[in-house]
Design a protein around this ligand. Structure first.
Ligand code: IN0
Length: 444
């Protein structure tokens, strides 16, 4: 189906696209930028247009910091990702990458010509110029995470077999995801706590919940990218899981028999179950982010992830292509994820989608049902749809205090959303009137 037809057959998504494009009120204005900072924003747009838009809406206190953090991480990732760089060069480069942050004008031109984000390293001097202008406390946080991530990535490349055989155990899977994504959560949390944009408690739990934020995103990407990663000659699905269903991971793509498809789906669903294990901590984390622009920034990737997880769940297309969510759905999710109740309702919806898609014959059918039930119960505690579950009083539960603290922020944001929705409907009403008028004139 074409994109326009898709939108016309989902009117609420059409409204979301129009509202997002024409009526969304930005939370903050942009200020004047130096030439090198403009170049950094150009690099950010080049690497991720949609996520760049979310970063650019952050509060001025942390917008440039997060942009530079993102670009430094993107540079690291571009080194790790490039299969044309020999491990004898790649490993020391990853380990010593943190030292480049002390230099004034370091650049790197050694990526393969087809490496998508090579420009970030070619123009790394622009990033360094702006990085050195940041408050020292912000620089230290970026440096600390860069050091830990570079070393963690190098540890995995050191294992010669890693890219051929993928990740061995579930513990390996968690550790790899911690290095490439959990640490991002740790860094962002430290930045937001320093800026007083999120509750101190997020930095006082050993970064457990921020780790879950990263792991939920990264595991979802890994599940979705099965086919693309295999085509690139690597895999991140843990052997401890896939070996229960096949002797060779590529068989889910190659062998199209119903038996092989069933085994593939059982494996895929077990990984979805594993990912769902992070949802409660993700929701807790989000409830503790106070600044509205930071809340948006944190919530959008998470709602995209749960929507993606529901789409890939029990979906054999994953073995042959990259399954994506519709553009209209994306706009609808972005608009609904500005308040905690909005985010919660998205999670509730997609958890139900997963539950309904379950196959009784799946070996993890029961476990998946239990996990979905657990999450729904947790959500029910945060935002009861009817009443609190038996035996638990509202006042007793710690989440009640957190949710109450957020209520004012959510009310303020909701007022802005109502204005935008009114303007969008007014536009649609106007168009309808003009159409009816034109038809009446034409056909009498
Ligand atoms: C991110 C994360 C991100 C944002 C907000 C809070 C986070 C807390 C913990 C961990 C990560 C957090 O979000 C981006 C989202 C993104 O880039 N989306 C892509 C779509 C896609 O499918 O890749 C887009 O183009 O919109 C993210 O995925 N990562 C990331 C990287 C740096 C920073 Cl500063 C924040 C990458 C990763 C590996 C999941 C951490």
């Amino acid at each position: 189906m074409g994109k326009i037809t898709q939108l016309l057959s989902h009117p609420s998504e059409l409204r979301a696209v129009v509202q997002l494009m024409y009526f969304r009120q930005p939370l903050h204005q942009t200020s004047k930028q130096s030439e090198s900072l403009q170049r950094c924003y150009y690099l950010l747009n080049q690497t991720s247009r949609s996520f760049a838009a979310v970063i650019k809406e952050l509060h001025p206190e942390i917008k440039d910091v997060v942009t530079l953090f993102y670009l430094v991480l993107r540079a690291l990732d571009t080194i790790e990702d490039d299969m044309t760089i020999d491990p004898s060069i790649k490993v020391p480069l990853l380990r010593e990458f943190v030292d480049k942050l002390n230099e004034k004008a370091w650049t790197f031109n050694g990526n393969g010509p087809d490496e998508k984000d090579r420009i970030v390293l070619v123009e790394f001097d622009q990033i360094l110029t702006e990085y050195h202008k940041l408050k020292p406390e912000y620089q230290d946080i970026i440096k600390d995470i860069t050091k830990k991530m570079g070393n963690g990535m190098a540890d995995y490349i050191l294992d010669d077999n890693f890219n051929l055989n993928g990740v061995e155990t579930i513990a390996d899977f968690d550790l790899y995801c911690h290095y490439v994504a959990g640490l991002v959560g740790e860094g962002l949390t430290k930045l937001m706590v320093l800026a007083k944009f999120s509750d101190n408690s997020l930095a006082e739990d050993g970064f457990k919940r921020s780790n879950s934020m990263g792991l939920f995103l990264q595991k979802t990407n890994i599940i979705r990218d099965y086919h693309e990663d295999l085509e690139d000659g690597r895999s991140f699905w843990p052997k401890e899981v896939w070996s229960k269903y096949t002797d060779s991971l590529p068989s889910f793509h190659k062998d199209t028999s119903p038996e092989s498809e069933f085994q593939g789906l059982s494996c895929l669903n077990e990984l979805v179950l594993n990912s769902l294990g992070h949802v409660k901590e993700v929701l807790e984390y989000l409830s503790l982010v106070k600044d509205p622009s930071s809340f948006n920034f944190c919530a959008i990737p998470q709602v995209m992830a749960i929507a993606t997880l529901a789409t890939v769940y029990n979906n054999p297309k994953v073995f042959h292509s990259v399954v994506k969510i519709r553009k209209g759905t994306t706009c609808d999710l972005i608009l609904r994820s500005r308040t905690l109740p909005g985010v919660i309702s998205i999670f509730r919806e997609y958890i139900q989608v997963i539950n309904h898609k379950s196959n009784v014959k799946d070996p993890n059918y029961l476990k998946i049902g239990i996990k979905c039930g657990e999450i729904e119960q947790f959500i029910e505690l945060m935002y009861p749809s009817i009443a609190y579950p038996k035996g638990v009083t509202k006042a007793q539960h710690p989440i009640t205090k957190i949710v109450a603290a957020r209520a004012k922020i959510d009310n303020d944001i909701q007022r802005i959303i109502n204005d935008e929705t009114f303007s969008t409907y007014a536009l649609f009403g106007g168009i309808l009137l003009v159409l009816v008028g034109a038809l009446t004139i034409t056909f009498g």
